[in-house]
Structure formats: structure tokens, C-alpha cells
Write a protein of this length. Structure first.
Length: 902
């Protein structure tokens, strides 16, 4: 079709581009005049393509269409007018002119919220659903027949900007193009708008945005977020107009401590706290505001309201003075009405608006690409002198950012004071979850709470993913030299080593890991993993490929190994820090950004790790940590369209569900390390003492909470009784107790629900006829202690022979002497294939067995011997993909082929 696009802005630009991709002919673009010599994005795109562009200041004069304007429009011969974002009043002579009429995009679910500020009013009314309508234009105000509608959920902390970026912009572009497609195929409906539920609200302006404090906290929150950022909800505070931004409802605001701030008309004074300004509704409930803006345009974190003064001005070098003069010219080009830009010139008092902020930030990027400036920075440095000082500090790497604020929970344990963060970590900051939601994490040694931990909600996931996406696409991380990225990861490993006793102590009280094991394995191997992958950062490279030449020309083909983007990582509770390290280290080394969900029952080392990444200097948004439930946080990560890879360690059942969600959402790349029932075959020619020692380790290591634990031991018949006797003798020597006691061999199980499952597992074994030789019961003491257990005479059909216990339960089955192929068949008769082992002095037999065992790892005359350089991962329903070693990098990289002709 021949289409006239009437509108403006980036939204109009994207609609225009997509219409052309669909094969339509855009015969003319009608948009607003240039502002300060700069064309609208829609006009710039059309001019680049050679499409006629018309920039009429107005279409009507004194209520009547301007004939010259209408004639120029008619001359393009449009069959349809598409109005994606139009701020001008278009006369009916133009609306009705094309064969197919005119369609308009409107950002609300009509007939609700007719008018120019539809998104604002959707939020201010607290609507649970939002969306957009594409309708046929008529002579009313947003009253024409509906062609197409799409709806979305409105998240509790959505602002105009977040809902627009998340849904209304991307889906609105698609919806507008789909509407044109329906018209072109003759399938476009015309559904009369119902009058029931119809509302019209006028344009929201600053003078209308004053806050009425006689409302509930939720109503106040909706009013503030509905006006964020434009026009901005405001109130009189200390005799001046103050605008409020970044509102969220909180549950625990009534118990917050801070400095009172009197707000005229409010039910009680606000509280300036270390996290922001707590405000009270007339229902006694609370909300938290993050930023405040004063009448002079300057914006500050609300937590800094009572802070006075600032850092001393830095003295500029000659190079920095030259930069300042260049910036002075930029300011002058934007503030053309100001005769001279002096130190005291205020950007906003001189007439600058929000679009000018965007222009200033972009101008700075053009002149100093290493300076990562954000719109918020301009609002917080409004005079020219403040702006230059801020830029120079950023260029020097000493931009005056606040010290990382951590609300520690402190505990005196293990002869030390441990300091534990307990909030979400999003975009380089520790923050409360939406609504202040929390839960208790429990010490398995005594069953008592350690502390309250923030419980992430869906909106928190969306914020974390958005932060990770921005860090990857726009931030310093994506532009960083790989060698510098490696240095950051080395620095992180060094910090982890400095805090290894604290990390091991946290791991012990949160997961029940024996402290000495936590120090060596949980933490020690985590440090080794980050150091190993730090060394890979500058060694990720492609190849050149000889291809058939396009004679007489020549061709060069090469591959690039590129990071995937935003990666989600979901880890289990058995090795909280080590599982984080195994996946995150490779992910970061490849250049990706991360949103990680630790297990809900063991979050504390993950959030401590987040603190160390910030102290190591990782840019904001690169690492984000979200304690929370799998059904909420894990599911949202699986479904999120901006997540491009998900790495998961956990049960096969959940792994299948994640894989399905990742496929349906956006065909995410997935790696899965799932359940196991690893066989360990012990031949009669083994070193008996070593086989006993390693056999016990294969089962009881880390309380049996070990993904590669030997789920079933096959012992050659002639040595079965001897092996069993020695095992029981050694098990009886194991000391069970407090994991912080250096002499403890066996600590508590991770959590109560798991302990209960182990009891049920043993009961099932006894019921089916397996012989319980030792243990099989919960110990009668505080905490979640389960006695190391030994079963024998286990046949292949029994439940305990087939299902994983994930606990300290040894399952022994005999096999006939010399029946190598028979025992291999039994060992492989499982849907799992994570690990396996064999003990024999016969190297030929060892190699024969290792070739035929269907598992991702085979241990010969050892067990649990993993190393950061050796790939780790399973076969069959134990999953796919590798952690550790060079192969792990492949899980977080994509390969691009480039072909050049010359």
C-alpha cells in the first residue's frame, strides 16, 4: 500500500522502518518542524531514505484546515494514513482523504483513558492491566472504531518509562504494523467503542500534579509513579516545590529509623533513611521515594536530603580545560538563547527540557566515548561548573559515587564477626524487594533463623534483567578490553581469598557444610574457578576458514566468538558458592552479564559475593543477585524475552520445565546439570583400603548432598562381606556434630524438607526388602541431622536402586565374580548419566569399563576428583552442557561467521 506516516519521535521512526520492511511504500512523512536545528528522528530516517518529508508547524488555522497544507498532503497520493505518535491536530479533510482512511496508535485500552496522558492515568488510577489500541480515526477524541488491542500486566512499581519501554513501545510498533497488514489483506475489523467504562482525562501538566496527602499509601504511590518522570508529582517541602521520583510500596517502613522531614498536609512526617524517603499514607502504610528534584532542576538521592556541602572542586589539567571549553560550546548550541555560558549558568533555568538532556548526553558521548554519562547525571549537576566537575571526576575514575551501602546483618560465630548482606543486588546496589517482602533463612545446625532475606518479586527480576541488558549493550562492560575484564575477575578472586574464612563460615551456618570442607572445597574451589577463567578472557578467539573464491575476486571468511548477552543462572543449595562460581566465572569471562538466583534456602554467600563484585570494581548491572522462589524468580527468568541463556543446576523434573519455558519464550540457549544415580563398580582386585575410603567419600562427602555422589555401589561378590564390614566400621567412627567444630566429619542436612525426604527414602528401602545395615534415622538432637546410612542386598527393581537420595545413604548391590559386561549393563540401566567410577588394579579392565560407562565423568581408582580445568557435565537425563574447563566457555559464547569479498 501507499502509506503516509503522520507523527514523530523514535516510536514513529520504528513504525516507519517496519512498514518499509513489510514492502509498503511510504509516499510521505508528515512531522513537526526541526527544534533548535535538529530534525525529529522520524524525519531523519525518512530523509535518509529519500522519502518526501513535510514539516508543517500546524495543519489548521482558526479551526479551519490550511488549504496549502492539505493540498501538499493530497499530492502524495496516500491510500492509508498511519499515525503512530502524533501531537498535532489533523483536520478531517486529511483523516478521510485516503481510500482506507486513517489509523491511530493510542497507549491505553480504549475506551478507558481517552486523552493525551493515557499512560499517566493508567498508573495514577492503579489499573492492573494496561495496553494499547490501534483505532480508526474519526472526528471525536479517541472515539473511533477499534481495529486492534493488546494488553499487559501493570507491575506494582511501573512508571510511564518502564511500561513504555517494556511493552507499549516494542509491542506497539508490532501492533501498528499488524494493523496495517490486516487492512492490506481486507481483514481489519471496525469494532464500535462501548460507552460503558469510557473515561476521558486531560493532559497531565505540572500544575495538576501536586500531591494530595490525604490518601492511602497505595494511592500516593500510584500518583507519584504515574507522574514519573513527566510532569513529576510535587509537594511543598521546606518552603520550596520538591518533585518526587522512584516510588515503591514497602511493608516495613513503619519500623524504619531516620531523620523526620515535615511535609505540610501529610498525615505524619516523612523519614529520611539510608535507603530513601519513607512517606506515610492516611492508612498508616508506607512507601519509599528514591529521588527528589528541587525547583532549580537539581536532583538528589532522597537519602541525601539533609546532607550539606560537597566535595572540593578539582583543579583541571590542560587537557581537561580543553574538554571543558568543548562542553561550553555544546551547552551554547543547546541553550541558544543564552549569550554566554559561565560557571553559574544553570541548564534548566536557562530553558532546557528533557529532550535537551538526551541531546547533551549524546553530545558528550560523541566527544568522550569513555565517559558513560546518564540522564540522571545531568539532573544532579545542573550548573555548568557542577557539570564539568562531575564529568572530570568520572573521566578520572573518581566520580564521587557513594561508598557501597550495605545493610549488614552481623553475627559473632566461629571466633569472628561475619558481616552478611541480606538484600537483593540489582544494578550495583543492595535494595529491598518490591513491597519490602522478606523471608527467614534457617541455620540447619539448630533450626533457628539466621536473618531475614529480601524475597525477590517479578518486578525485581525485570529490573535486574534491564540493568544487565543495559550494562551489556550500553555500559563499560561491553566495551571493555578482554584483558581488563580478566584483571577484574582476578581482583574478585583475590577479594574472595581475603574473605575466605568469612565466606566459609557463612556457608557453614547457611548450608550446614562442615567448615573445613567449606574452606577447602566450597570456597577454595570457587576461588580457583574464578582465577582459571580470568586467564581465558583474552584467549577467546575465532578461526579463518578457506572457502571457494568468487573468482576473479577473492574471499576471506573468519569466525568471531561473541558473548551471548544477558544470562540467567539458577543454582542449587548443596554447594551454594561453588555452583555460583562454576557457572558465573565462565559466563563473565566470555563477556556476558548475569542475573543469578541462588537457592531460596541458601542465599547468603551469593549476596556476600555480590558485595565483593562491587568492591572489585565490576560495573553496575554486570552481576545481579536475586534470592527468591523458583516458581516466581526462576520462572520469570525462563520466560523473560531479554534473557538469552539460562544455566541451571538442579533436579531433572525442574530442568525439563525450564527447558520447555526457555523454548516457548524466545528459544533461549540452555545448559542443564540435573539429577544423577552415579554407579561405582568395585572389583575384587581393587586396593581394598582405598576402595573403602573412596567408596565412603563417594557417598558421604558433603553429607551426601553431592550431585555426583555414588548413588549405587556394585561390589564383586567375593569381596562384598569384607567391604561391607570395613565400611560399617569406618562409618561408626564418623563424628556427627556442629559444622563449625574442626573435628566434625558429618554435619546437618541442608534443610528440614530434605531431611524428611531422606527418612521416607529409607523407609521405602526397608519396605521393599533391602537390608538396612546401619543408620536410616534422624538423630534426636536440635537441627537437621541424619545418620550416615548403609543398605545392602539391593536389587535392580527397588525404588532405592533407581532413584537419587541426595543424602548420606550408601546403596550396595552385589555382582557375580568376573561378570564385567553384566555389571556394566546394570550400571547403565538408568536414565541418568552424570558420573561413575571403577576400582581395579587391572588397567585394561579400567579402560574397558571407562569406555562403556554412559556418564559424563568416569573416576578410576578415585572419586570426587573434579578440577577447574576438566569439563563437567552429564549425559541422558542428567542434562547437557559443560561447567569448568575450556568447554564451559562454549556455553556462554555464540559463533558468528564473517565473509569478505575483495
Amino acid at each position: 500500500m501507499k502509506i503516509a506516516v503522520i507523527g514523530q519521535s523514535l516510536f514513529g521512526q520504528e513504525v516507519y522502518k517496519e512498514l518499509r520492511k513489510e514492502g509498503h511504500t511510504v509516499v510521505g512523512v508528515f512531522t513537526i518542524p526541526d527544534k533548535d536545528g535538529k530534525a525529529d528522528p522520524l524525519a531523519m530516517e525518512a530523509e535518509k531514505d529519500g522519502v518526501p518529508v513535510f514539516k508543517f508547524p500546524r495543519w489548521r488555522l482558526k479551526g479551519k484546515a490550511i488549504p496549502e497544507v492539505v493540498n501538499q498532503y493530497r499530492a502524495v497520493g496516500a491510500e492509508l494514513n498511519v499515525m503512530p505518535f502524533c501531537s498535532q491536530f489533523i483536520p478531517m479533510e486529511v483523516i478521510d482523504c485516503p481510500k482506507h482512511g486513517s489509523i491511530i496508535y493510542h497507549p491505553s485500552l480504549l475506551p478507558r483513558h481517552r486523552g493525551a496522558s493515557a499512560i499517566n492515568w493508567t498508573l495514577m488510577h492503579g489499573d492492573k492491566k494496561g495496553g494499547f489500541t490501534v483505532f480508526w480515526a474519526d472526528d471525536g477524541l479517541d472515539t473511533g472504531p477499534i481495529l486492534l488491542q493488546r494488553e499487559c500486566d501493570v507491575e506494582p512499581d511501573d512508571t510511564v518509562n518502564t511500561i513504555y519501554k517494556r511493552f507499549l513501545f516494542p509491542e506497539g510498533v508490532k501492533g501498528t504494523v499488524e494493523a496495517v497488514r490486516l487492512i492490506a489483506t481486507g481483514k481489519a475489523p471496525k469494532i464500535t467503542q462501548p460507552e460503558e467504562g469510557a473515561t476521558y482525562e486531560g493532559i497531565q501538566k505540572k500544575e495538576n500534579a501536586k500531591i494530595d496527602w490525604n490518601q492511602t499509601a497505595e494511592a500516593l504511590h500510584n500518583w507519584i509513579r504515574g507522574n514519573d518522570k513527566v510532569p513529576g508529582a510535587w509537594a511543598e517541602v521546606d518552603g520550596q516545590k520538591v518533585t518526587f521520583y522512584g516510588s515503591t510500596l514497602v511493608d516495613n517502613g513503619t519500623t524504619a529509623s531516620g531523620q523526620p522531614l515535615d511535609i505540610p498536609g501529610a498525615s505524619r512526617p516523612g523519614l529520611v533513611t539510608k535507603t530513601g524517603l519513607v512517606l506515610f499514607g492516611n492508612d498508616g502504610k508506607t512507601l519509599l521515594v528514591k529521588n527528589l528534584q528541587f525547583e532549580d532542576g537539581k536532583m538528589i538521592p532522597a537519602a541525601q536530603y539533609f546532607r550539606s556541602g560537597g566535595s572540593a572542586a578539582v583543579e583541571l589539567t590542560e587537557e581537561e580545560k580543553a574538554f571543558a571549553e568543548e562542553m561550553r560550546l555544546v551547552w551554547k548550541s543547546i541553550l541558544s538563547n543564552v549569550e554566554e555560558i559561565v560557571d553559574s549558568t544553570d541548564f534548566f533555568k536557562s530553558g532546557a527540557a528533557s529532550m535537551d538532556v538526551v541531546r547533551l548526553v549524546e553530545e558528550v558521548k560523541l566527544r568522550a566515548s569513555e565517559l558513560q554519562l546518564q540522564n540522571e547525571d545531568v539532573y544532579m549537576a545542573t550548573s555548568f561548573q557542577e557539570f564539568i566537575q562531575m564529568c572530570v571526576r568520572k573521566l578520572r575514575g573518581e566520580d564521587g559515587e557513594e561508598e557501597l551501602v550495605v545493610d549488614y546483618v552481623e553475627r559473632n560465630v566461629n571466633n569472628m564477626t561475619i558481616r552478611m548482606p541480606h538484600q537483593l543486588f540489582i544494578n550495583g546496589e543492595f535494595v529491598d524487594a518490591e513491597g519490602g517482602k522478606t523471608y527467614k533463612t534457617i541455620n540447619p545446625n539448630d533450626g533457628q533463623p539466621i536473618c531475614e532475606v529480601s524475597l525477590a518479586q517479578i518486578s525485581d527480576v525485570d529490573q535486574a534483567v534491564a540493568a544487565a541488558k543495559e550494562a551489556f549493550e550500553e555500559g563499560e562492560w561491553g566495551k571493555m578490553n578482554p584483558r581488563d575484564r580478566g584483571r577484574l575477575i582476578y581482583r574478585l578472586a583475590d577479594l574472595m581469598e581475603q574473605h575466605q574464612e568469612e565466606l566459609a563460615t557463612i556457608e557453614a551456618i547457611d548450608s550446614g557444610a562442615v567448615y573445613t570442607l567449606a574452606l577447602k572445597t566450597h570456597v577454595g574451589m570457587s576461588i580457583q574457578t574464578f582465577r582459571y577463567f580470568a586467564g581465558w578472557c583474552d584467549k577467546i578467539q575465532g578461526t579463518t576458514i578457506p572457502i571457494n573464491q568468487a573468482r576473479p575476486n577473492r574471499n576471506l571468511t573468519f569466525t568471531r566468538r561473541e558473548p551471548i548477552g544477558v544470562c540467567a543462572i539458577v543454582i542449587p543449595w548443596n554447594y551454594p558458592l561453588m555452583m555460583l562460581a562454576w557457572k558465573t566465572a565462565a559466563c563473565l569471562a566470555a563477556g556476558n552479564t548475569v542475573v543469578l538466583k541462588p537457592a531460596q534456602v541458601t542465599p547468603l554467600t551469593a549476596v556476600k559475593f555480590a558485595e565483593l563484585t562491587a568492591r572489585a570494581g565490576f560495573p553496575k548491572g554486570v552481576v545481579n543477585i536475586l534470592p527468591g522462589s523458583g516458581s516466581l524468580v526462576g520462572q520469570r527468568l525462563s520466560d523473560h524475552p531479554d534473557v538469552r541463556k539460562l544455566g541451571f543446576t538442579g533436579s531433572t523434573e525442574i530442568g525439563k520445565h525450564i527447558m520447555k519455558s526457555c523454548a516457548v519464550s524466545n528459544v533461549k540457549k540452555v545448559s542443564l546439570e540435573l539429577g544423577g544415580k552415579s554407579p561405582l563398580i568395585i572389583f575384587s582386585d581393587c586396593d581394598m583400603d582405598k576402595a573403602v575410603r573412596m567408596g565412603m567419600s563417594s557417598v558421604f562427602f558433603n553429607k551426601g548432598e553431592n550431585c555426583i555422589a555414588a548413588g549405587r555401589l556394585f561390589v564383586e561378590e567375593s569381596i562384598h562381606n569384607q567391604f561391607l564390614q570395613k565400611v560399617v566400621e569406618e562409618v561408626k567412627k564418623m563424628k556427627i556434630g556442629d559444622p563449625l567444630d574442626r573435628s566434625t566429619d558429618h554435619g546437618p542436612q541442608n534443610h528440614k524438607a530434605h531431611l524428611d525426604k531422606l527418612v521416607e527414602y529409607c523407609q521405602a528401602g526397608v519396605k521393599e526388602g533391602a537390608r538396612l545395615v546401619y543408620g536410616g534415622r534422624q538423630l534426636q538432637r536440635p537441627g537437621f541431622f541424619f545418620e550416615p546410612t548403609v543398605f545392602t542386598d539391593v536389587t535392580d527393581s527397588m525404588f532405592i536402586a533407581q532413584e537419587e537420595s541426595f543424602g548420606p545413604i550408601m546403596i550396595i548391590s552385589k555382582f557375580k565374580d568376573g561378570d564385567v559386561d553384566g555389571v556394566l549393563k546394570r550400571a547403565n540401566a538408568t536414565e541418568y548419566g552424570l558420573a561413575s567410577g571403577v576400582f581395579t588394579r587391572d588397567i585394561g579392565k579400567a579402560l574397558y569399563v571407562s569406555e562403556r560407562l554412559q556418564a559424563g565423568t568416569v573416576f578410576v581408582n578415585t572419586y570426587n576428583k573434579t578440577d577447574v580445568a576438566a569439563p563437567f557435565g552429564g549425559f541422558k537425563q542428567s542434562g547437557f552442557g559443560k561447567d569448568l574447563g575450556q568447554e564451559a566457555l562454549n556455553e556462554y559464547l555464540k559463533t558468528k561467521a564473517v565473509t569478505i569479498e575483495y
